[in-house]
Design a protein around this ligand. Structure first.
Ligand code: GMT
Length: 377
């Protein structure tokens, strides 16, 4: 198949899923055209069968906001015509699915098939905002196919937008063999020279991730057992989090590691991953942690219960239950036998339920199904 995949190039789950899907499909011989405003970080090295197309926007003094959605639609039209593409797969509804729909209109009457994958905040936060709601609803209803990354997100989409059409759930995925390629790259002693336990969190430091809770959980854990915290990522909350770390006098025990292209080397130094999000449609970082045998303490919210099995691969608590999460973290870290068991179970569960070898064929089958169906108008 010849497919255009539109995604964000930045360090975020939707871009990672789109890039890893592109790599998986390209390995199977499909011709993949990535369309984005920059090269996605996971696609910076060469991959046979993947071409990257950057969307450039002409600036003009009149444009307070550069019209990226229009430049993207124009680029899609050009690509379909030049490369004979059969399908556009838009990751994240705003503005990608809307641009794809516009390209389809320009290409009428033959048009082009569109599949939209909803990832989370495009529905739960940004999408429900009044300034986008009608457009997001329209693009969901007018895509030829729609997928969500969890059952939770599907239910949320149906409820928030009054959607009646079929939506396919295809979860995020991991390569169970990748962790081994990253073993031994991170020196545990450089963060924990005296055998301290290592906790980790990775995100885009937005309010929805509740990074402040991560720091407060860690403060309570560290008051009981020697421990260190690795904070990976960057975003608007970082300055306030740095201030909190200072106020709680955690300075020497918290490492800010900025954005990382791959988390696996760090997971091999980590004993416990924390993801106390307000909302999380899936929680790809939690899955990536489990894939490296790291148990997760997270919130019982959104799609996280579909990823983490409470009491087996980690623990789930209501949003904001900092004290309970800290107590559970200490209990698990103080029980080497149970910790080992959780590590094994986490890795096994990730490989069994979210293996790329099983999930990528689900996308392939869905592409074929949509290509066989009549074009949606
Ligand atoms: O808001 C984010 O965390 C970023 C966002 C993205 O689009 O990159 O992540 C969402 O998509 C990921 C991949 O499907 C999911 O694993 C994340 O749970 C989801 N984030 C939220 O729902 C908050």
């Amino acid at each position: 198949m010849k497919v255009a995949i539109i995604c964000y190039p930045t360090h975020g789950g939707s871009g990672v899923v789109a890039s890893e899907l592109a790599i998986g499909l390209a390995k199977k011989g499909h011709k993949i055209h990535i369309v984005s405003y920059a090269t996605p970080f996971r696609l910076r090295s060469f991959h046979q069968n993947i071409l990257i197309h950057e969307v450039g926007i002409t600036t003009y003094p009149l444009f307070k906001y550069p019209p990226y959605a229009l430049g993207l639609a124009t680029k899609l039209v050009e690509l379909v015509e030049t490369h004979g593409l059969e399908l556009i797969h838009a990751h994240y509804a705003i503005p990608h699915a809307a641009s794809a729909w516009l390209a389809k209109q320009i290409l009428s009457p033959q048009g082009i098939k569109i599949i939209t994958t909803l990832h989370g905040t495009d529905i739960t936060l940004v999408g429900t905002d009044r300034s986008f709601h009608r457009v997001v609803k329209f693009t969901i209803e007018h895509s030829d196919g729609v997928t969500t990354v969890s059952n939770y997100l599907k239910e949320c989409t149906v409820r928030e937008f009054g959607i009646r059409r079929d939506i396919r759930v295809i979860p995020n995925f991991i390569d169970p063999e990748r962790p081994d390629k990253n073993r031994g790259l991170c020196e545990r002693e450089s963060y924990a020279p005296h055998g301290e336990k290592i906790l980790m969190h990775a995100s885009n430091f937005r309010p929805v991730k509740r990074v402040g809770d991560v720091v407060r959980i860690f403060a309570q854990v560290r008051s009981t057992i020697p421990a260190k915290l690795l904070l990976v990522g960057d975003g608007p909350e970082r300055p306030s989090i740095q201030l909190l770390v200072k106020e709680l006098q955690l300075g020497g025990d918290v490492f800010f590691l900025s954005e990382q292209d791959h988390l696996e080397p760090l997971f091999f130094c980590t004993d416990l991953f924390l993801l106390p999000s307000e909302q999380e449609s899936f929680g790809l970082t939690a899955l990536e942690a489990m894939n490296c045998g790291v148990p997760v303490i997270a919130t019982q919210t959104g799609g996280l219960p579909e990823v983490i099995t409470h009491g087996e691969t980690g623990y789930l608590f209501p949003v904001g239950q900092i004290k309970e999460m800290a107590e559970q973290a200490v209990a698990l870290l103080n029980d080497p036998e149970q910790h080992e068991q959780f590590k094994r179970q986490a890795k096994r569960h990730a490989a069994k339920s979210f293996n790329a070898d099983q999930i990528i064929p689900q996308y392939e089958a869905y592409y074929e199904e949509i290509l066989r169906a009549p074009l949606k108008t």
